[in-house]
Design a protein around this ligand. Structure first.
Ligand code: SOE
Length: 387
C-alpha cells in the first residue's frame, strides 16, 4: 500500500537545473514542501547543484533518482526531448509527475503518457504556470459570469527578444532537443493553453504562417543556459543552420464561432517576455499583459474603461484563491509556480485521484501537442488544418 503523503513524509525529486528548475524548487520551499533530491547528467554536476541549492540528495542519473523509494513526486525541468522518456519512466516507477511544457515531442508520445498516468493512478501535471496569475483567473471568472457577453474575438501575442541576434543560442533552437516547433512550442503553447483555459473553448482549426529570419545562426562552443547569451561576447562561434521558426502568426477558429489570432516571436527587441491577450465580447472586452501582471484592462462601449488592480478584496473567488498578498503588494512570475503547486500538492495530500484536478494535467499537455502539430502542418502545407 502507498504511504500517506503529507508535508513531512513526502519525498520530492527534481531533474533539470537550468533556468526553470530552480523556480520549481523555490516555489515548493515557499509552500513548506522540502525537496529531497536532484538528478543531473553526472554525479559531480548533481552534487555541485545540490550543494548550491541546499538539496540533501544528489543523483548522477535520472534512473538513480527513480530507484530511491523515498521519492514520491518528480518534477521535470529538463530540455524538452527528455520529458517523454523521463515522465514515462517516473510513472512506471510509481511516482507522481509534474512536467514542464511541452509535454512531449509529438502527440503519440503525449497520448501514451496520458494513458499510462491513468493506468498507474498517478497525479500528472503540465507546468502551465501562467494560468495561476490572479488577474488571469479574474478574466476567466468574468468570461464565466457573462460580464464579457458572447465572445467574438480572442487575439494576442507572446513576444520575446532573447533570440534577436544571430549569436543568441540555446538548446531550444535545435529540433533534436527542443522539438520541431520552437517559438510556437516554447511560448505559443502557453498562450494557446491560456486562451482555452480563460475562454473555456477548444480550438477547431488553424492557419499558420511561419518565418525563420536567421536560417543560419552562430552557435557558441560552450553550452549556454537560457537567456545567458545576452551577456556573452561573440567569439568562438560556429555556423549552424536553423529550421525552427523565429516568428509565427496563426489564425484560429475556436468553438462557438469565436475568431482568434496569435502572433509569437522571439526576435522582438524590447519585448522581454510579454504575453498579451485581449478578448472582445458582445458586452465588454478584457485584456492582460504578463509584463504588468497585476493589472486587468476592461473595455466598455458606453462607460469609461477600467483598469482593475490586483486586490483580493476586489477579485472573484477563483482569483482570490491564487492571491497571497493584499492589494498594492505585487505578485509575479515566481508566485504562479507557488500557486500552481499549492493546488497540486493539496490534491496529492487529499489522495483521492478520482476527483477532477483544478490544475493543468497531461490531458491538457496532449491537447496542446495536437494543436501545435496542426499549426506545424498548416505552416508547411499552407492550408487550414482541423484539430
Ligand atoms: C524561454 O523562451 C522561456 O523560458 C519558456 O521556455 C518559458 O516557458 C517561459 O516562461 C519564458 O520563456
Amino acid at each position: 500500500m502507498d504511504k500517506k503523503l503529507t508535508k513531512s513524509t513526502i519525498g520530492v525529486g527534481i531533474a533539470g537545473t537550468g533556468f526553470i528548475g530552480p523556480a520549481h524548487v523555490e516555489a515548493l520551499r515557499r509552500l513548506g514542501i522540502p525537496v529531497l533530491g536532484l538528478a543531473e547528467i553526472d554525479l559531480e554536476t548533481a552534487q555541485k547543484k545540490a550543494a548550491e541549492m541546499g538539496i540533501p540528495k544528489a543523483y548522477g542519473s535520472f534512473e538513480s533518482l527513480l530507484a530511491d523509494p523515498n521519492i514520491d513526486v518528480v518534477h521535470l525541468a529538463t530540455p524538452n526531448v527528455l520529458h517523454y522518456p523521463f515522465a514515462k519512466a517516473a510513472l512506471q516507477a510509481n511516482k507522481h509527475v509534474i512536467c514542464e511544457k511541452p509535454l512531449a515531442m509529438n502527440s503519440q508520445e503525449s497520448a501514451e503518457l496520458v494513458k499510462l498516468a491513468a493506468e498507474m493512478d498517478k497525479v500528472n501535471v503540465v507546468n502551465f504556470n501562467i494560468r495561476m496569475y490572479p488577474m488571469v483567473q479574474q478574466a476567466r471568472s468574468m468570461v464565466q459570469t457573462g460580464e464579457i457577453g458572447n465572445l467574438f474575438i480572442i487575439q494576442g501575442s507572446y513576444l520575446q527578444d532573447w533570440l534577436l541576434f544571430p549569436t543568441d543560442w540555446n538548446w531550444r533552437l535545435e529540433p533534436g532537443a527542443g522539438g520541431r516547433l520552437r517559438t510556437v512550442g516554447d511560448i505559443g503553447s502557453h498562450w494557446l493553453d491560456l486562451m482555452t483555459f480563460v475562454s473555456g473553448l477548444k480550438i477547431k482549426e488553424v492557419f499558420a504562417d511561419f518565418k525563420t529570419f536567421y536560417p543560419i545562426r552562430k552557435k557558441p562552443a560552450q553550452p549556454l543556459e537560457t537567456f545567458a547569451g545576452k551577456v556573452l561576447q561573440p567569439s568562438d562561434y560556429i555556423d549552424q543552420p536553423i529550421t525552427t521558426e523565429d516568428y509565427a502568426t496563426i489564425i484560429l477558429h475556436f468553438e462557438n464561432d469565436v475568431q482568434g489570432i496569435l502572433t509569437v516571436s522571439q526576435v522582438c527587441s524590447g519585448r522581454k517576455n510579454r504575453l498579451f491577450f485581449e478578448i472582445n465580447g458582445s458586452q465588454s472586452s478584457v485584456a492582460w499583459n504578463s509584463e504588468r501582471p497585476n493589472e486587468l484592462w476592461v473595455g466598455h462601449r458606453t462607460e469609461p474603461n477600467q483598469v482593475i488592480l490586483k486586490d483580493p478584496a476586489l477579485l472573484a473567488p477563483a482569483a482570490r484563491e491564487v492571491t497571497s498578498y493584499p492589494g498594492g503588494h505585487n505578485e509575479g512570475f515566481p508566485d504562479t509556480f507557488k500557486q500552481l503547486y499549492q493546488k497540486v500538492y493539496t490534491y496529492i495530500f487529499k489522495g483521492d485521484y478520482s476527483q477532477k484536478p483544478d490544475f493543468p494535467t497531461f490531458a491538457d499537455g496532449h491537447y496542446e501537442m495536437l494543436v501545435c502539430e496542426a499549426i506545424a502542418q498548416s505552416a508547411r502545407e499552407k492550408v487550414w488544418v482541423t484539430i
